[in-house]
Design a protein around this ligand. Structure first.
Ligand code: NAP
Length: 936
């Protein structure tokens, strides 16, 4: 019976309603074209009220509303309230028939309205066919399934129980069979793995259902022959109404089937089990893909395998050995508890010491309760026993959020039904919103006198999961060539899952609905957690990439933390402009622009500063409101995975950050090719950048920003502060063992100080301490990986073979690990390979230029395909500025080098790419501008 859908339609998502109001207006032209109809609405609830409002806004005349009487406490149904407020006729009907006949008086009242169409958004009453068939266009009804599949009252439940991948709704013409009538229109959506009836309803059925009713009326109003597709009996499925007594969970089935059954009955009527002999209803199910955590075993009547109570729920095991985790339990007396607390004999936590802010918050909560329940409240007031219904739960959660900024879930109200318990829950939430019970597979190492916890699987939807193919790759420590661990290697199928998670988070998740300032709070929290884990992150970076520990603390990790804090501060400062434009007299016009996030962004990063390169891109991208699928460099992905772990503790919603270590040509390319990825942020080499740009162009014309290779010139004039020039010259090349994109690839030294500069540089290079990067006195660690070291050795050999003079180094060091001698070449001529190509290693390439030949040296410095950075040393400010103006590079340093800052835009010219990391410019890389023009 269609009337039984009432249970579902009582769920009232306020955000969905707000979205609807925004979407429901037609343009003037559309409204003129639309024929106005005389409509009677028969139904109830907020869903009915929204259908009523939308139809009215779109120019139809609502001749009358037939709805239910006020409830026992005198509360008016939302549809009745909306219609009364507009002065529309409202009939509150207790029953339609007497002795199997339509009540005559009611029939006459209905007939007098002269409706052309009955619209039944949903109703809990049985409407007689005399009323259904009376209007010219008869009656249309909403049904929450893709008819003819899953006919009947429990259709959404069955959609989930059967594990359907598509759900949907139907608007059909009423006939005698009620849900067998011809179909007018249908809408469908993808069902996600953990969808429940609530989530499907909030995300899709409620907002799209209301729009579909509007669209259905439009089809009738605007067409002589609106669609009437007869339902086929072959496709039809009719399953019975789910009643509580039929909802015992059968555990002799695969875990996925158990999960579908539990989520398919969540929350009405609720699946149940017999736990320690007691009947307990279970809610909040998910498939468990992590290792079985330590916990307490409890006996179930339904299975020989005991369930496991752990920090995050209760695990139930299916016949295939896989597990389902359930988050909440409800006992027969109606008390709901977190499943993790089962058997602990714990009463609700009561907090005694409150800060002044918490005292204020407590007073606000008391006020909210009193106003919702319309009575005085005391600590022991029970929300539900005092008349609070499900709609009031939504209002309580929303008002709490609005007044205090604390976000609780509806279930938190059910689990804390007394005022005292609710205040405690709200305060605990405000004190710590992090998830302390995050369990994942990890490697434990003890290095650098500390314990390291290193995740090593793909990070998707806030869970660490192995690659579907089971593929993994060893991570090699460049210091001693040992294997640190194996990291899962993502393939195309994993990319598909991660992109789907990021899309869901962007389209429907909390992230897209969150206030920008709240987004910033999460980012600040993540930065704080990174700070707390600074030593651990720096140690992992050092082990994985060979970065000298002290540098990792300051730059690799330190600048990453600063980056997150910097962009967290931008989240609430992203806005457009108002623009004057020519008026269309007699009307006036106004245009404004909005800066909107793009959607799912793919980020691909290199190995030289693994966490910092990730942070530069990801922080800006998230601050702008996008969601991310990141592919870090395959050879150095551990700190990106650690960042993902910390993001869960910081409270980032699932799907916002996804991290997929893997091969660039497989995983990276799949991200670049994915049609749901709308922007690529790439840092890496120029050839790979070119290929990515090509793929972006041929696929879905993705936006792309490219931070590519460089061969940055540094010009040292003889009037410089030579001590400073030598110090900076060394840093410009040997910083981070030369694995630095803005590394000075060529140093031009004025003739009269050339020999002195080289003498001092070589002297300093000889003093550099090479060794284990975790040793605090070491200044030069191993190169990142073996292939890179081999390339560097060849690079030096080519320099020698072309006649460049090798003053120092040039070889691999004879010890375990990927160590390269810091190298100095001089007398390098412009045509030589090492004068033109990037080494990306500790190789100084020096050339002489004639005294006073400013124009000549600028020309030589610019004679490169790259344009990432450049530098100049001179005490003559005019000369410095003239040279800085002339150098073709995205960053120019004067009397300093490597001085990057999170607030200063960073990115190249020419074949070093385009688009900026850092600074305000970086935010714009991840935004799109919408212009809105208004006539008034
Ligand atoms: P790369 O070989 O270009 O790789 C960069 C990233 O792209 C890696 O994650 C790589 O995956 C991935 N990749 C490779 N092929 C791909 C494809 N077909 N589709 C999608 N992704 C793909 O560069 P690298 O050797 O890691 O880094 C060194 C280069 O980066 C140097 O040229 C350096 O100058 C440049 N860099 C530039 C900046 C800057 O800001 N401009 C900063 C740092 C570095 P794998 O893990 O499989 O290699």
């Amino acid at each position: 019976m269609l009337q039984r859908w009432a249970v579902l339609l009582r769920r009232q998502p306020s955000t969905a309603a707000a979205q609807l109001t925004r979407r429901s207006f037609h343009t003037t032209r559309e409204r003129l074209a639309l024929r106005s109809m005389r409509i009677a609405i028969i139904g109830q609830s907020l869903f009915g009220a929204n259908v009523y409002k939308v139809l009215r806004q779109n120019g139809h005349e609502i001749v009358g509303v037939f709805t239910v009487p006020d409830d026992a406490k005198g509360r008016v149904d939302p549809l009745a309230a909306a219609a009364t407020a507009d002065g529309t006729k409202v009939f509150k009907v207790k029953r339609w028939r007497e002795k199997n006949q339509v009540i005559k008086e009611l029939y006459e009242q209905y007939q007098a309205l002269d409706a052309e169409l009955n619209v039944l958004p949903f109703c809990t009453q049985f409407i007689p066919m005399d009323i259904i068939k009376l209007p010219k266009y008869q009656s249309i009804i909403y049904h929450p399934s893709l008819l003819p599949r899953h006919r009947g009252a429990s259709s959404i439940n069955w959609t989930l129980i059967h594990g359907d991948t598509k759900a949907g709704l139907t608007v059909f013409w009423a006939d005698d069979g009620l849900d067998t009538g011809p179909i007018l229109l249908q809408k469908e959506c993808h069902v996600q793995e953990n969808d429940t009836i609530d989530s499907l309803y909030n995300r899709f059925l409620f907002p799209e259902g209301i729009m579909a009713m509007d669209e259905a009326v439009k089809l009738i109003a605007n067409s002589d022959k609106p669609p009437r597709r007869i339902q086929s009996e072959e496709e039809a499925t009719y399953e019975g109404i789910l009643k509580k007594e039929n909802c015992q969970v059968k555990l002799d089935q695969p875990a996925a089937t158990i999960h579908n059954f539990i989520r398919g009955t969540d929350k009405v009527p609720g699946a149940w089990l017999t736990l320690d002999g007691k009947i307990v209803t279970v809610y909040g199910s998910e498939l468990w893909r992590q290792p079985v955590p330590e916990g307490r075993s409890v006996q179930l009547a339904e299975s020989k395998t005991p369930a496991v109570i752990h920090d995050n729920g209760i695990l139930l095991f299916g016949s295939d050995g896989q597990a389902v985790n359930v988050k909440q339990l409800v006992f027969e007396d109606g008390k709901m508890i977190p499943a993790s607390k089962y058997g602990l004999n714990e009463s609700n936590v009561t907090i005694t010491e409150l800060s002044p802010e918490e005292e204020k918050m407590k007073a606000s909560v008391e006020e909210i309760w009193a106003s919702i329940l319309n009575q005085k409240v005391t600590p022991s007031t029970d929300f539900f026993k005092s008349g609070g219904g499900s709609m009031d739960v939504v209002r309580l959660v929303e008002e709490l959020k609005h007044t205090t900024g604390i976000v609780l879930k509806n279930d938190d109200v059910y689990m804390n039904p007394t005022l005292e318990a609710f205040i405690s829950a709200a305060i605990l939430k405000s004190r710590d919103s992090g998830d302390k019970t995050f369990i994942f597979n990890h490697v434990k190492l003890n290095k650098n006198k500390m314990d390291l916890i290193i995740p090593h699987e793909l990070f998707i939807n806030n869970q660490f999961v192995p690659a579907k193919s089971g593929k993994s790759e060893p991570v090699i420590c460049p210091t001693d060539e040992s294997i640190l661990c194996k990291v899962s290697s993502a393939q195309k199928e994993d990319v598909d899952i991660a992109v789907q998670a990021a899309k869901e988070a962007f389209d429907n998740g909390d992230w897209s609905r969150m206030n920008p300032r709240d987004r910033g709070t999460l980012m600040f929290r993540l930065a704080d957690l990174m700070d707390q884990h600074r030593d651990e992150l720096a140690t992992i970076e050092s082990l994985d990439s060979g970065a000298v520990y002290t540098l990792a603390i300051k730059t690799h990790i330190g600048m990453s933390i600063e980056t997150w804090r910097y962009f967290a501060g931008w989240t609430d400062k992203i806005h457009g402009e108002t623009i004057p434009l020519n008026q269309a007299r007699p009307n006036r016009n106004l245009s404004y622009t909005k800066k909107e996030p793009i959607g799912v962004c793919g980020l691909i990063t290199p190995w030289n500063y693994p966490l910092m390169m990730v942070s530069w891109k990801m922080a800006a991208c998230l601050a702008a409101g996008n969601t991310v699928v990141l592919k870090p460099a395959a050879v150095s992905s551990l700190t990106a995975l650690k960042l993902a772990e910390l993001s869960v503790h910081a409270g980032f919603p699932p799907g916002v950050i996804n991290v997929l270590p893997g091969d660039g040509r497989v995983c990276g390319q799949a991200i670049v090719d994915h049609p749901d990825v709308l922007k690529i942020g790439f840092t890496g080499s120029t050839p790979v950048g070119q290929q990515i740009m090509q793929s972006c162009a041929t696929d879905n014309l993705k936006r792309v920003s490219l931070e590519l290779g460089g061969k940055s010139p540094l010009i040292i004039f003889s009037d410089c502060d030579l001590d400073k020039a030598v110090r900076n010259g060394l840093q410009s090349v040997f910083f981070n063992k030369g694995e630095n994109c803005i590394s000075a690839g060529r140093i031009f030294v004025e003739e009269d100080i050339y020999d002195e500069f080289l003498r001092r540089v070589v002297g300093e290079v000889k003093k550099m301490k090479i060794g284990d990067p975790l040793d605090r006195s070491v200044t030069h660690g191993p190169q990142n990986h073996k292939a890179h070291l081999d390339k560097l050795v060849k690079y030096c050999q080519q320099g020698v073979s072309e006649g460049a003079k090798l003053l120092q180094g040039g070889n691999r060091i004879d010890r375990k690990g990927y160590f390269m001698e810091p190298t100095v070449f001089c007398d390098v001529e412009d045509h030589m390979y090492i004068a033109k190509e990037e080494s990306f290693g500790p190789v100084m390439v020096t050339s002489k230029f004639g005294t006073g030949d400013i124009e000549g040296v600028i020309k030589r410095a610019n004679a490169t395909q790259y344009g990432l950075a450049a530098g100049v040393f001179t005490r003559d400010i005019s000369k410095a500025l003239r040279v800085a103006d002339s150098l073709q590079a995205g960053t120019v340093f004067v009397n300093t080098y490597n001085k990057t800052d999170v607030a200063v835009p960073f990115g190249g010219f020419k074949m070093s790419g385009f688009g900026k990391d850092l600074g305000r410019d970086a935010i714009n890389e991840y935004l799109q501008t919408k212009a809105v023009t208004i006539e008034y």
